[in-house]
Ligand binder design. Structure first.
Ligand code: ADP
Ligand code: MG
Length: 253
């Protein structure tokens, strides 16, 4: 079953076709990476899936339910944004549980979930700090904690590591990957970085100038966590698609 299905989705801002007839599927429990250059419509697509903007046309289903017109809080989705604005005046613990408090989860459940998420992310000793007292990587973990504590079955990540240096990005890739597996969530992860896409993804969907029909799928058992496949990659014939021969990556559109 596909957790998320995008069907003929378009979003126009006046004359700008941010998305133009995009269709693809995100299998349940997969880490699907949406890859494309800056300005190609990646954030637009995530915001439509999250319900933060309204599609011009097309359809989005989650677990076979049409959510195209549903408000964000009825979609059971969590999201990590590119600029993961943490609340500077709140502690790490308060930042992580912010959404739960808004949803009025009971206090005991909140504490239990906070403790398990903090330990999962290595934040247990930092819960009373404020964001300004954290490193970039720690702030990133807080943003992820805020998303995963909601226990939503679908998590959207919009270039969540663009503020981090290369070394940290490498570490966090493995960490995000591990979390996604451990929690069994369906993740749609946006990046413009091909290496990042290839090293994390079960499936890569290419988005180019608002068109998403060029897509490639990978296999869960064919990961390349260290990125060793980079040297073996060759250009696809159209749009600079990168494929790995014999890897299960292939163009599907
Ligand atoms: P990406 O995330 O891939 O960098 P975006 O989805 O942010 O790309 O943007 C895709 C296109 O849509 C760009 O041309 C951008 O300028 C345009 N766009 C995005 N949001 C808006 C908006 N709120 N109003 C007008 N144009 C927008
Ligand atoms: Mg973007």
């Amino acid at each position: 079953m596909d957790a998320i299905r995008i069907e003929h989705l378009s979003k126009h801002w006046g004359d700008v076709r941010a998305l133009d007839d995009v269709s693809f599927e995100v299998p349940k429990g997969s880490l699907t990476v949406l890859l494309g250059p800056s300005g190609c419509g990646k954030s637009t697509l995530l915001r439509l899936v999250a319900g933060l903007d309204r599609a011009t046309s097309g359809r989005i289903t989650i677990d076979d339910v049409d959510v195209t017109r549903l408000p964000p809080h009825h979609r059971r989705i969590s999201m990590v944004f590119q600029f993961y604005a943490l609340f500077p005046h709140l502690t790490v613990a308060e930042n992580i549980t912010f959404g739960l408090r808004i949803r009025k989860a009971d206090a005991k459940a909140r504490v239990d979930r906070l403790q398990s998420v903090a330990s999962l992310l290595g934040l247990s000793s930092l819960l009373e700090r404020r964001p300004s007292q954290l490193s970039g990587g720690q702030q990133q973990r807080v943003a992820m904690g805020r998303a995963i504590i909601a226990e939503a079955p679908v998590c959207l990540m919009d270039e969540p590591m663009s503020n981090l240096d290369a070394k940290l990005r490498n570490e966090m890739r493995a960490e995000i990957h591990g979390l996604q597996r451990q929690l069994g969530i369906t993740m749609l992860y946006v990046t413009h970085d091909q290496i990042e896409a290839m090293s994390m993804a079960d499936q890569v969907v290419l988005l180019e100038a608002g068109r998403g029909r060029a897509a490639a799928t990978g296999r869960a058992d064919d990961r390349d966590p260290a990125g060793q496949g980079a040297g073996r990659r060759q250009h696809g014939q159209r749009h600079g698609l990168y494929t790995r021969p014999g890897s299960g990556l292939r163009r599907v559109g």
